[in-house]
Ligand binder design. Structure first.
Ligand code: WT7
Length: 648
């Protein structure tokens, strides 16, 4: 939480009312309507969510209890049975939507595929039978490590159809990271591809899988899609080509009636320790959150072509490329590759070509577009757009204004959506037909969501006072636990303020009740809208034999939001060199993935510590940002270290 950040947002006074034509056609078209929903939810949150669950989802068996809350463990809609893939597919086959495009896909090389609801249903049923044929049973974990191709969505929907728990690992993570996640989840199967395309290059996914599962006993089967076509290793008995095995099964797969609380997926995310947390989401509550928020915040219409640029390997892709959209019967677009391949206008070209009407991306991408220049979007007809969105980090008002004018031609509302892997769905976000927008704030909570800004003691703070963002009431799409570690779930989210969910974010609420998120208050970085634990990068560095000790902090970065800065002390037998710096950077890439690569790596004889041995990251952050280290340094054990570090 920097003071600079706080003052810059305080200066932001522009307000953008929803354009009247937008409000007229919107599902929620006024603040009165929004307020009425909030009031209904506030009066009786459980009745409110029960109404939404009944209206938005198809149930095989109705629930007995809406919420069973044994703090901090929640069970929603207990006694109910449903199937998520039936909600995303089968129910749309009963009406005209059966021949509507469910998925429009574009590969990086320019190839494309469109799957109607009927066709997607057919593929999902067949892959469900592949899972069964290969011995996967309800409750088993299936790891998915794939490029952004339709088979990724098919595989996850197939897991959901039979009650297998998917564990999707972003294709940019290293073999080591993949191995940790497969091992922690004890996955029985891995679904992958020979490779994926990224900036014209092959990402060798199958090679990574081979490395990752070498010696891991849990994995019994690997299914791979042929995507890039290069030579890959093939282990008979363990490995299967998707196109071969899918021809050995039929397309009849009755959706399994699953308990509301049946785990749908595990998704690993960074925390304040070296080990990523397996965030567990449920079937009914999660689907309700994704469906409800997609409908309200994107104001979905059957005529929309919706595109979220996130990779499905992150929570944004789970909720807002796949589940929330298909459940609403929408058309969702999926793109495999980089935004600047073959040229910096690829996104605008895709919007133009497919007549995209709703576009959801990240502030880091917007800052890159600004840098690449207006000429790229100006080459294309973007008049199909009616709504824009952002997610992942606070958007700086300059970037907001650029997005609004250059991409949205001052016509399209921007929904700035605050949420987390753990919340499963959007929590604070405008309703585009109702909420007046201010650049840089995610505005107001969704009806049924109760956030608050509190001080160190957990007491609500006044308007415009900074504090910690908490959620005061359980919500359907909340995480249920940390996989295999309920203690960590309690410790991480519910101990700092008993009874309140702690988000890890700092925030302030303005006089209109708008939430201004000020960034993480824990040892978590936000690099390009993705979460990275400082401890995780430190552990990776220390695992190299040359490194005695490491401290990692974030430094403000124009495009990425934050970049990784590592302070490293070496074992005495090693000498600092540029070559060793590169070796260590490569080592981090190998251990975690390219996203964690330290931009700056600084060798130092010692790290600034308190007398009790705690690394004073606050001072390192100042040094990394090139600022004079401010604040109290009296607890520093050896004050001369700061001068040495500044000269390093
Ligand atoms: C953290 C969650 C939710 C999907 C993407 C990231 C930051 C997210 C916003 C926003 C300000 C935001 C927060 C949050 N964040 N959206 N609209 N405005 N900050 O998911 O990796 O779970 O990270 O991203 O710091 O805690 P994630």
């Amino acid at each position: 939480m920097s003071e600079q950040n706080l003052t810059s947002v305080l200066k932001e006074e522009r307000v953008f009312a929803p354009p009247p034509p937008f409000s007229l056609q919107a599902g929620i078209g006024s603040m009165e309507q929004y307020q009425a929903l909030c009031d209904e939810a506030k009066q009786d949150p459980e009745a409110f969510w029960a109404r939404q669950a009944g209206e938005l989802l198809d149930w095989i068996q109705p629930w007995d209890t809406v919420l069973d809350w044994e703090a901090p463990f929640a069970k929603w809609f207990e006694g109910g049975k449903l199937n998520l893939s039936a909600n995303c597919l089968d129910r749309h086959l009963a009406n005209w939507r059966r021949n509507k495009a469910a998925l429009i896909w574009e590969g990086e090389p320019g190839d494309s595929r469109t799957l109607t609801y009927q066709q997607l249903h057919y593929e999902v049923c067949r892959f469900t039978n592949v899972l069964k044929k290969l011995g996967v049973v309800k409750g088993d974990r299936v790891a998915i490590y794939m490029p952004m191709i339709p088979e990724l969505a098919i595989a996850m929907l197939a897991c959901a159809r039979m009650g297998a728990v998917h564990n999707i690992v972003f294709g940019g993570f290293s073999a080591e990271s993949l191995r940790d996640r497969i091992d922690d989840a004890q996955a029985k199967m891995v679904v992958t591809a020979d490779g994926g395309w990224r900036r014209g290059q092959i990402v060798p996914l199958k090679d990574m899988v081979d490395q990752a599962i070498d010696g891991l006993n849990c994995v019994q089967q690997v299914v791979m899609v042929k995507r890039t076509g290069q030579q890959v290793a093939f282990h008979p008995g363990r490995d299967h080509w998707w196109h071969d095995i899918i021809d050995c099964v039929d397309a009849n797969a009755v959706p399994e009636p699953l308990d509301s609380e049946h785990p749908l997926f595990i998704l690993y995310t960074s925390g304040t320790t070296g080990k990523p947390k397996g965030v567990v989401h449920s079937t009914a509550g999660y689907l309700l959150g994704a469906t409800y928020s997609s409908k309200l915040v994107f104001d979905l219409k059957d005529t929309d072509t919706y595109w979220c640029t996130a990779d499905i390997g992150w929570i944004t892709g789970h909720s807002y490329v796949v589940y929330g959209l298909l459940s609403n019967g929408a058309t969702t677009l999926m793109y495999e590759g980089a935004p600047n391949y073959p040229e910096a206008d690829r996104f605008w070209k895709i919007i133009d070509k497919h007549r995209v009407s709703i576009f959801y991306t990240a502030p880091t991408a917007i800052r890159a577009f600004i840098k690449w220049g207006e000429k790229w979007p100006l080459r294309h007809d973007l008049s199909s757009l009616r709504l824009l969105g952002t997610v992942g980090e606070p958007i700086n008002p300059e970037a907001w204004i650029w997005y609004h004018s250059v991409i949205g031609k001052n016509r399209c509302p921007i929904v700035d959506t605050w949420w987390q892997t753990e919340t499963g769905a959007m929590m604070i976000a405008p309703l585009p037909g109702a909420t007046p927008l201010k650049p840089g704030t995610a505005t107001l909570p969704l009806p049924g969501i109760f956030p608050e800004v509190v001080d160190r003691e957990g007491k609500p703070v006044g308007a415009n006072e900074g504090g910690y963002l908490v959620i005061t009431h359980p919500w359907p799409s909340m995480l249920r636990t940390v996989y295999g570690d309920p203690e960590r779930y309690v410790q991480n989210y519910w101990t700092r303020y008993p009874g309140l969910y702690f988000t890890g974010d700092g925030a302030r609420r303005d006089a209109d009740g708008y939430f201004w998120i000020m960034g993480r208050v824990d040892d978590v970085l936000n690099v390009s809208g993705h979460r990275l634990g400082t401890m995780e990068v430190e552990s990776a560095l220390v695992s190299h034999e040359a490194v005695a000790e490491a401290a990692v902090v974030g430094k403000p970065d124009e495009i990425r939001g934050e970049s990784v800065v590592a302070f490293v002390t070496l074992e005495s037998s090693y000498t600092a060199s540029e070559e060793l710096k590169d070796t260590l950077r490569q080592h981090v890439v190998k251990e975690i993935g390219a996203i964690a690569r330290p931009e700056d790596l600084i060798f130092t004889d010692a790290l600034p510590k308190t007398r009790s041995g705690k690394i004073m990251r606050r001072l390192l952050r100042d040094i990394a940002a090139g600022k004079q280290a401010t604040g109290d340094t009296s607890t520093l054990e050896d004050a001369s270290i700061l001068d040495k570090l500044r000269d390093a």
